[in-house]
Design a binder for this molecule. Structure first.
Ligand SMILES: [Zn+2]
Length: 117
């Protein structure tokens, strides 16, 4: 069955629709994967009150299977350059919902409210 865009989100703001298109992976148990803890930073979307304590995309914590994944290291380096004090840590479900970086990338890198570079 093809998921129909909009069917499940009639009451949600349009901005959130695209988040639903790539989060099938979000229920996956990423225990033991790696994520990047950072200094708290607010979601860049206008009017959004979400504050992230990890590297996230559309409010989901991005996780990598390998601690030395080149993409993980690249994103951590960029976070460092903008003063977000990144630390690579083992992901735990208490941190919040997760999504694998590669699922995110495959979905066209949706980000809440802003476009990736
Ligand atoms: Zn947001």
């Amino acid at each position: 069955m093809e998921p129909q865009r909009g069917d499940v989100l009639l009451d949600e703001p349009a901005l959130d629709e695209e988040e639903e298109l790539w989060t099938d992976d979000a229920g996956t148990d990423h225990y033991g994967w790696f994520c990047v803890a950072t200094a708290p930073f607010p979601c860049p979307a206008a009017g959004c009150t979400f504050v992230a304590n990890h590297m996230t995309a559309a409010h989901l914590i991005l996780v990598w299977e390998q601690q030395d994944d080149p993409n993980l290291l690249r994103h951590a380096q960029r976070a460092k350059e903008v003063g977000r004090n990144p630390r690579v840590v083992v992901y735990r479900s208490e941190f919040g919902p997760s999504a694998s970086y590669y699922a995110w990338e495959a979905a066209g890198r949706p980000v809440h409210g802003i476009r990736p570079e």
